[in-house]
Design a protein around this ligand. Structure first.
Ligand code: SF4
Length: 174
């Protein structure tokens, strides 16, 4: 079953503040307000990593949030996309160099989309989510292709050849 179009039309988003000033978080809340109303596009702000497609991180990673961030990311099912929202999440921003600041999100988990600004505007956040949806669709297709090849190999009684699967899904991912 081709899940890519469905996932793209109803992404579940998990928002995590790793240690920012709440400025970016307020802008995320603005995206949910009637003016922007991102829920009309099927985007749901969920609180459960196990049901999330997109992880939206604000603020710099701190010594206390580091482990939680990595754990949340690990709990999310594949395919998943990470958005770094704001200057702090991308580089540490104004908190960079402070005793408790560990730097940007990409120091600990892979980031797919960077949204700039301090704080980020709702339009920029929505634009970042749209970029994330394209990546999510691509990742979903790549995953489905690898599952399909795996099933075919098993059906035909062939031994799994990982190099062959990687060659087959490469055009889908690039
Ligand atoms: S980028 Fe600016 S608004 Fe956002 S968390 Fe950092 S300091 Fe606050």
């Amino acid at each position: 079953m081709n899940l890519a179009p469905y996932r793209k039309k109803s992404p579940w988003i998990l928002h995590y503040n790793a240690g920012g000033c709440n400025g970016c978080d307020i802008e995320i809340l603005a995206c949910l307000s009637p003016k922007y109303d991102i829920e009309r596009f099927g985007m749901i702000n969920t609180g459960n990593p196990k049901q999330s497609d997109i992880l939206l991180v604000t603020g710099p990673v701190t010594k206390r949030s580091r482990e939680r961030l990595v754990e949340i990311y690990a709990q999310m099912p594949e395919p998943k996309v990470v958005i770094s929202c704001g200057a702090c999440a991308s580089t540490g921003g104004v908190f960079r160099g402070m005793y408790n600041c560990e730097g940007g999100v990409d120091q600990f988990i892979p980031v797919d989309v960077y949204v700039c600004g301090c704080g980020t505007r709702p339009e920029q956040i929505i634009d970042g989510v749209v970029q994330a949806l394209a990546i999510l669709e691509k990742k979903t297709k790549g995953l489905e292709e690898s599952v399909k090849l795996k099933k075919e190999a098993v059906k035909e009684g062939h031994q799994l050849n990982r190099r062959h699967i990687a060659d087959e899904i490469k055009p889908v991912l690039t």
